[in-house]
Design a protein around this ligand. Sequence first.
Ligand code: URA
Length: 434
Amino acid sequence: MRIYDIIKKKRDGSTLTSDEINFFINGYTNGDIPDYQASAMLMAIYLKGLSDEETVFLTSAMTNSGDTIDLSSINGVTVDKHSTGGVGDKTTLIVAPVLASLGCKVAKMSGRGLGHTGGTIDKLESIDGFKVELPFDDFIKQVNDIGLCIVGQSGDLAPADKKLYALRDVTATVDNTALIASSIMSKKLASGSQNIVLDVKCGSGAFMKTPQDAKKLARTMVDIGNSSGKKTTALITNMDVPLGNSIGNSLEIIEAIKVLKNEGDCDDLYEICVMLASYMYSSCTSKQVEECKLEVKEVLKNGLAFEKFKQMIKSQGGNTEVIENPELFIKSKISYEIISEKDGYISSMDSEKIGIASVILGAGREKKDNPIDYSAGIVLNYKIGSFVKKGDVLATFYTSSQSKIDNSKSIFLSSYEFSDTLPIKKTLIYEVVK
Ligand code: URA
């Protein structure tokens, strides 16, 4: 078999066999196939697509490219979640402790930020001392002891995805259903949880811009999960607006703490977290979702979920003083108010641009190995549907470098549109796919 022939076959629109897909994945993972041929292969897949069967072959080849994690020594029902990537998406930080406080086990491997989207591991690293790498036995012990542990993806988990994702990021081949589905599901299948809930983001800040594309992605991933023996559910959720009001690592931890303490004004974030947690809890217990919602709201209200979060931070070496008192998080050197230049209702916000503006301020990486400025980011004062007057403060920027503000500000302001009439409110949760 030659990779040249496989690239040509896909370029010409033919269907690949399982052996051909395995040849590509194994060869790329072990270094026999160079980046330039893998890039050509990705672009051929991007342009010609993969059938459902080819997508299953690709997912399984990627799952088997490294270790699969055995969670059988965990006492209890395991559940995992994965978001397809959004702006201001700090839901894992909230739903994982909620589930643990309801008695489910969350043994979670999370990712770092990608492009304009943030990642849970970067957010957790903004907490002084927090360890995102643990020996496997300690990971399992922590889940057995307190119900949850969140670590970074180990190097041996779906290594094909690790290499391919980095390549997709720089070859304009990210936003493709088969490639996203195989990337996410290979990691989820290799991570071992019995139940999986997927948060498929849809809208201006998501890789899938329309409900139709998001639904196709959700259906593909749910079918792969269910046919591999994992109970899989997907919620298609709105990403036309950043989730919550804060974007940036420590800023998002502070906002997550507010929700865990049942305080604050982040209605959309609270609602999505309650829904995700309720579907996760329902899949572990077979209780009805409506009943689960009441229990989820209760552990947010009575402080149990917040206590679990604190236990996790302490157990992984993090400073719990900042969790008790978020005022103690290191503040960025510069704060800068963004003033509205117009009167009117905010009718749309391009979340991708807002994510990029936040990356420019230092909250994400512009290049693969760039360091993160954990206190950098944006706090929004108004979102779609709000009426603002010229001169109102739309948002505050946080950064350590004055020189980053102008570029970020012009992208940020170009993300807003205003109208004279109140825009129609879009739903937060479009659909549930089982
Ligand atoms: N998240 C992933 O893990 N992979 C993708 O391809 C997109 C989002």
